[in-house]
Design a protein around this ligand. Structure first.
Ligand code: ADP
Ligand code: MG
Length: 254
């Protein structure tokens, strides 16, 4: 039975997708069966794993809106053990179409229930908003990973995210827990990065992963080749750190 982990932060550009793709790839490489569910209409996780969106007949939209079986939309990737349910721009409409749907926050949870037994981990890459798609992810998830960029204003907006998490816990998914916070784009040369690490560790006591992801150019290049960093450049620091993070998450249990 898979553990379902949502990767969320309503801020854009904090490395949600980079973390979803590379954490998923590393877990698969370490022998786990992993499903990545892309629920961002931008579809960056899909293209980052080499899925050509123009050639896709169906995507997560069809699962959420047309009740298509999730297994029929899932695609294998180049990484053994890593499967993806891709997203296309069509998903942008879902945010509005879901508004009038029955049990609109439960759609993804229902879909995932059908395939949960086929995987060890299911990672959900969320869009940069706290709309219905992210609510669906938080409702479907057992736990949440929050990526935080080591930049100025790192903590800004997190109150809103944590409020949303509390509301979801109260009304939709009482079991939802914080898996952990992952610090990203760390630059050891700047005091600012070091300060942000301290601040975030203070704020989320005991919940910050010890693997801190540095700024690494290989991580930013890999998606344009449609590959996770472990196949694009397995010796890079980016690959090493995402392996460490994968081990930490796996140690937290399934
Ligand atoms: P989000 O999904 O939160 O919007 P992304 O994962 O797409 O964020 O990351 C935003 C941008 O930063 C992308 O261009 C990505 O390649 C780049 N990026 C992410 N993590 C790193 C890193 N550790 N080092 C360098 N670039 C990174
Ligand atoms: Mg993204």
């Amino acid at each position: 039975m898979a553990k379902v982990i949502a990767i969320a932060n309503q801020k854009g550009g904090v490395a949600k997708t980079t973390t979803a793709v590379n954490l998923g790839a590393c877990m698969a490489e370490l022998g786990k069966k992993v499903l990545l569910v892309d629920i961002d209409p931008q579809g960056n996780a899909s293209s980052g794993l080499g899925i050509s969106r123009v050639e896709l007949e169906h995507c997560i939209y069809d699962v959420l809106i047309n009740n298509m079986p999730p297994a029929s939309v899932a695609k294998d990737t180049e990484i053994k053990g890593l499967t993806i349910i891709p997203a296309t721009i069509q998903l942008a409409g879902a945010e509005i179409e879901l508004v009038s749907a029955i049990s609109r926050e439960m759609k993804l949870k229902k879909a995932i229930k059908e395939i949960r037994q086929d995987y060890d981990f299911i990672l959900i890459d969320c869009p940069p908003s706290l709309g219905l798609l992210t609510l669906n992810a938080l409702t479907a998830a057992d736990t949440l990973i929050i990526p935080i960029q080591c930049e100025y204003y790192a903590l800004e907006g997190l109150g809103q995210l944590l409020n949303t998490v509390q509301l979801v816990q109260k009304h939709l998914n009482p079991q939802l827990e914080l898996e952990g916070v992952v610090l990203t784009m760390f630059d050891a040369r700047t005091n600012l990065s070091i300060q942000v690490v301290d601040e975030v560790k203070n704020h989320f006591k005991g919940k910050v992963f010890s693997s801190i992801v540095p700024r690494n150019v290989r991580l930013s290049e890999a998606p344009s080749h449609g590959k996770p960093v472990i196949t694009y450049d397995p010796k890079s620091r980016g690959a090493e750190v995402y392996f460490e993070l994968a081990k930490e998450v796996m140690e937290n249990g399934q």
